[in-house]
Design a protein around this ligand. Structure first.
Ligand code: TXA
Ligand code: MG
Length: 342
């Protein structure tokens, strides 16, 4: 199909396409999303098809004003109000009981719905002009790294969707923090730019789900269906290496002498020690830059036809936890601790 390419001054066109049952790639402050009317199941089917997304993986609903949350939830409790007051609009998704109007295809049959109020002006405008909340999963082919530059979106979705809106680079570069408020103690299901520390400060005791750190056993029930699937993966094999810069560089340099197609996905500080091809994903001390670059780095690995990508492990404080979570998932949880190798 022909995909219409729009700029950020053509939000009315994007909204018209959505109103008519089309699907449109839009920029947000986290990653690009692929948007459709939440109440139009036929349009939503097209999203699953374009992404190749498993139908049991539910979608996030995006709103452009707080009161619209009641178009999709049946309960908006005290903790939800506090989170919304502190972090909306912004990169936080809240899971709450859904109301009857939300079609099953949105929630993959669950009784809960994930809601987010993005801060990106273009995203907000398109939602507002569409006149309804919009579902928007990340605008990438299922399993691939999320899209944070317009070139990534074109690569994955040109010819598969009705329109794509060019909003340049996404600010944060990792998807929103997802928190479930379905139980008494809130649970973070996916780390993002709103950190566990920031959340605990305003609503108190909050858990971080095991799936953020560890591979879930097959057939075990999961709180967030998205964690079951291989994710963020380039075609190359990805392995995370934990250790100081000298150990990291020694390991990568040595292995590059033994096999072909080795790429270091490293920090700026590692570059001077590496004798292999490399791509930096930011400074070791700056998790904001790492979040901003990580998906682009994983995508570039395929562009240079890397066979094995050795990623330098990042600190897991604050926003670093979100970066670390994407790394270990891209690596299928293959992490080598270099301390044990010496
Ligand atoms: O930043 C973001 O959240 C981006 C932008 C476009 O807004 N969207 C995004 O959507 O990352 P997606 O579909 O790629 O990821 C949504 C995640 C999935 O892991 C899904 O399983 C989980 O949220 N999710 C959605 N609804 C849920 C629900 N009712 N219960 C548990 N998990 C849910
Ligand atoms: Mg996604």
């Amino acid at each position: 199909m022909d995909t219409l390419i729009l700029n950020e001054n053509e939000n009315d066109k994007a909204a018209r396409i959505i109103k008519e049952g089309g699907i449109v790639g839009i920029p947000t402050e986290t990653v690009y999303g692929l948007a459709a009317n939440v109440f139009n199941s036929d349009a939503i089917k097209k999203i699953f098809l374009a992404k190749g997304r498993p139908s049991d993986n539910p979608l996030i609903v995006h709103i452009s004003k707080l009161e619209d949350v009641f178009k999709v939830v049946s309960v908006f409790n005290e903790k939800a109000k506090i989170l919304a007051n502190n972090f909306w609009p912004g990169p936080l998704t809240i899971i709450l009981p859904k109301n009857k109007q939300v079609p099953n295809i949105v929630t993959a049959g669950a009784d809960s719905v994930a809601v987010r109020f993005p801060s990106h002006p273009t995203a907000k405008k398109i939602i507002e002009l569409s006149g309804v909340p919009l579902v928007a999963p990340s605008a990438n082919l299922s399993g691939k790294p999320s899209t944070t530059k317009f070139s990534h979106v074109l690569e994955d979705l040109n010819g598969k969707v009705d329109a794509l809106v060019n909003g340049g680079d996404c600010k944060f570069g990792v998807e929103s923090t997802v928190i479930s408020l379905l139980e008494d103690v809130p649970v973070i299901l996916r780390p993002g730019a709103i950190t566990p520390g920031q959340i605990e400060k305003v609503i108190g005791n909050t858990l971080v789900d095991d799936s953020v750190f560890y591979k879930m056993e097959k057939d075990k029930p999961v709180l967030s269906p998205g964690v079951k699937y291989k994710h963020y993966s380039p075609d190359a094999e990805v392995i995370v290496l934990k250790g100081e810069r000298e150990n990291y560089a020694d390991f990568v340099n040595k292995i590059a002498g033994e096999k072909e197609g080795v790429l270091a996905l490293c920090f700026d500080e590692d570059i001077s020690l590496l004798s292999t091809p490399y791509i930096s994903y930011g400074s070791k001390s700056d998790s904001f830059s790492q979040a901003h670059n990580i998906f682009d780095g994983l995508r570039k690995a395929d562009k240079v036809c890397a066979k094995t990508v050795y990623v330098h492990y990042c600190d897991t404080d604050g926003l670093g936890l979100a970066v670390y979570n994407r790394l270990i998932r891209a690596a299928g949880f293959k992490v080598i601790d270099l301390k044990n190798k010496i």
